[in-house]
Design a protein around this ligand. Structure first.
Ligand code: DAH
Length: 341
């Protein structure tokens, strides 16, 4: 019995030095494990006179229970300490303190995108999603840019190891959308595009476009002009004139560059339009028969127009932003200076 008391005293001393889980494990082995001190004592049971066996047994059980509960307490202590450590090492933000910071707002690109989507929805277009990682086929072949076509050089492309590409233009979704809906079709598809550009004040490697397609019987350039004028008049909140100049894109025939009458000086000539009264805005054209065919649409029956509006540029005009890199910078101070008209 004295031995039991001794073991308890030793155990308490040992336990007071334990300060982690591993220590607790070895403590258990030393006392309650297969060759632990308490287990050894139990083995001595056979040498105890019969009349004392009962009380010895009970004492040993008590000792075991006592050690077990001491260990449990230690374990709880560790768990508590772990939480306390985390609390001590975490910087808490008090969400109830009123902020002296400016409220956040939507990004200029998002604001413009939503505005454009609303306008096109009101004109009966659907809004489609494009993918940022595209097959080479969809990005090039399906829009009439076969392998080795020089037009591929116009778009310095990020190729992935698996042969796919980061889409260089929203036109990459044309084929999928034609196959999905067939003709007639009126859709826009905004999205992020990527090109390996040298960065400067007006070039970015990541930029936003919004592609539009209208395919139906008897669609002509007149429809293209009408929809573009309507859209731009809505964006700028005043009458905007457009003019078309010839432009080459393999997926349209004829292809155009669409200019808008300068919204800043109403075409009179100013710094922004370099005194010409016009600003180059958006390439467009009548969808090439090959493109319709690859999309499963019969070019004998249907025609259509398409446009690819780089709306980083439109956003810069709409918000008076002079640096294209600002749009991707996440620089709240600079972005919040963008004037929302
Ligand atoms: N995908 C062209 C580009 O990013 C832009 C474009 C031009 C789109 C003419 C069109 C179009 O739909 O008709 O360079």
């Amino acid at each position: 019995m004295e031995k039991l008391d001794e073991v308890l005293v030793r155990a308490k001393q040992d336990l007071s030095c334990v300060n982690n889980k591993e220590g607790l494990g070895s403590f258990y082995q030393n006392y309650l494990g297969k060759n632990g001190k308490v287990t050894e004592l139990m083995k001595q049971m056979k040498d105890i006179p019969n009349e004392e066996k009962k009380s010895f047994g009970m004492a040993i059980n008590n000792l075991k229970q006592e050690l077990q509960s001491l260990m449990n307490e230690k374990e709880k202590e560790f768990a508590k300490k772990k939480i306390q450590d985390r609390i001590d090492n975490t910087k808490f933000v008090d969400l109830t303190i009123p902020s002296n910071k400016k409220r956040g707002s939507l990004h200029p690109i998002t604001i413009l995108q939503e505005k454009l989507i609303d306008i096109f929805l009101s004109m009966g277009f659907t809004v489609e999603d494009g993918q940022e990682i595209e097959t080479e086929y969809n990005n090039f072949e399906a829009v009439n840019i076969p392998k080795n076509h020089p037009a591929r050089d116009m778009q310095d492309t990020f190729y992935l190891d698996n042969g796919q590409v980061l889409k260089t233009h929203t036109s990459a979704a044309q084929n999928r959308i034609m196959k999905k809906y067939g003709a007639p079709l009126k859709a826009i598809f905004p999205g992020r595009c990527f090109r390996n550009e040298e960065l400067d004040a007006s070039h970015e490697n990541t930029f936003f476009q919004i592609e539009g397609m209208m395919i139906d019987k008897d669609v002509s350039v007149a429809n293209l002009i009408y929809f573009m004028k309507e859209m731009l008049t809505n964006v700028f909140g005043k009458q905007i004139n457009v003019r078309l100049r010839p432009g080459f894109f393999p997926f349209v025939e004829p292809g155009f560059e669409l200019d808008i009458s300068c919204p800043y000086c109403d075409g009179k000539g100013c710094r922004v339009c370099k005194h010409s009264g016009w600003i180059e805005l958006c390439p467009c054209g009548m969808i090439h028969p090959n493109v319709l065919k690859m999309g499963g649409i019969d070019p004998e029956q249907y025609q259509g127009f398409a446009f690819g509006l780089g709306f980083s540029r439109l956003a810069m005009m709409d918000f008076d932003i002079t640096e294209i890199r600002l749009l991707n910078s996440g620089n709240i101070k600079a972005l919040s200076q963008a004037k929302i008209k």
